[in-house]
Design a protein around this ligand. Structure first.
Ligand code: C2E
Ligand code: MG
Ligand code: MG
Ligand code: MG
Length: 283
């Protein structure tokens, strides 16, 4: 029996709801032990300069292989980690590992680390960043923190204060997934972001002929440029998309066309031999 009348095509049956809650509970139990059991690793995805196609940075993306659940997508476990507070210790580990890796690279490229609102609410988050930099000896200018606009929505003043501490250390801050979710141009006034990351949905839209997506990318590029911020297009998968993005004037490009998120050793090798940059890895 459907739980409610009028639920339309989205009505969920009770046993199904029950199974979903149960799955979530099991996932949470596993997630609680994942750090101590060393089930995490980071992959690194290259970001290239739109014109020279040289690798300028890597984004650290968390990967979880659970013995019970297999590979679990971050889209699934990050929200769970956020809801349970586990993202605080897990995120600290990502920061340390990302800095440790970047410190071993043969060139001065930046490493970008995703940070959730829950991490920024912790009063000692800046200390966590300092510790990661100290342990690795990575110069602060080589660390970029990626946040989404959502961090400014609830308790935005706390997030802003924490991010100002991070800026004072000499790190940079990127605004991720721009244009999705809680978009408000007002957030661009909050901090001097180094980079605005244009969400993949706009790249996809524009490449499928959406004039709206194209116009939005154009406007973001122009606005970023007058704010002295750079732009990174996310999710570029084909040569045609890379050309379109370059013609639109985006500063940097990230996506399967130039390289998928890769194991840390491959990332280091790529920097040592840039000619091995993918372009063949396109989907
Ligand atoms: P994000 O920060 O926007 O990361 C970009 C996502 O797009 C990554 O997904 C990446 O694998 C994917 N991607 C990159 N290029 C392409 C492309 O050309 N095509 C397609 N289809 N996808 C592409 P991933 O690794 O599954 O991560 C998803 C999200 O999970 C991230 O989105 C980020 O919000 C979150 N996340 C990942 N690692 C961490 C972490 O260490 N901490 C936190 N707080 N969040 C993380
Ligand atoms: Mg990101
Ligand atoms: Mg993104
Ligand atoms: Mg995204």
């Amino acid at each position: 029996r459907a739980k409610d009348e009028g639920g339309g095509e989205h009505c969920v049956f009770e046993p199904e709801l029950h199974a979903m809650a149960e799955e979530r509970r099991q996932l949470e139990t596993s997630l609680r032990h994942a750090l101590e059991r060393e089930e995490f690793k980071i992959n690194l995805q290259p970001v290239v300069d739109a014109n020279s196609e040289a690798v300028v940075s890597f984004e650290a993306l968390l990967r979880w292989h659970s013995p019970e659940h297999g590979f679990v997508s971050p889209a699934k476990f990050i929200p769970l980690a956020e809801d349970t507070g586990l993202v605080v210790p897990i995120g600290a580990w990502v920061l340390e590992e990302a800095c440790r890796q970047a410190a071993t690279w043969p060139v001065d490229a930046k490493v970008a680390v995703n940070v959730s609102a829950e991490q920024l609410m912790e009063s000692d988050f800046a200390e966590t960043v300092v510790r990661a930099l100290d342990l690795s000896k990575l110069p602060p200018r080589r660390l970029e923190v990626e946040v989404t606009e959502s961090v400014f929505v609830r308790d935005g003043h706390i997030a802003k204060a924490t991010l100002e501490e991070i800026l004072a250390l000499g790190c940079s801050i990127a605004l991720d997934d721009f244009g999705t979710g809680y978009s408000s141009l007002g957030y661009l006034r909050e901090l001097p972001f180094s980079t605005i990351k244009v969400d993949r949905s706009f790249v996809q839209g524009a490449s499928q002929g959406s004039r709206e997506s194209l116009a939005i990318i154009n406007a973001v590029v122009a606005m970023a440029s007058s704010l002295e911020m750079s732009t990174t297009a996310e999710g570029v998968e084909t040569p045609a998309e890379a050309k379109m993005i370059r013609d639109l004037g985006c500063t940097k490009i990230q996506g399967y066309y130039y390289g998928r998120p890769m194991p840390v050793d491959e990332a280091r090798a790529l920097l040592a031999n840039p000619r091995s940059l993918a372009k063949r890895d396109a989907a």
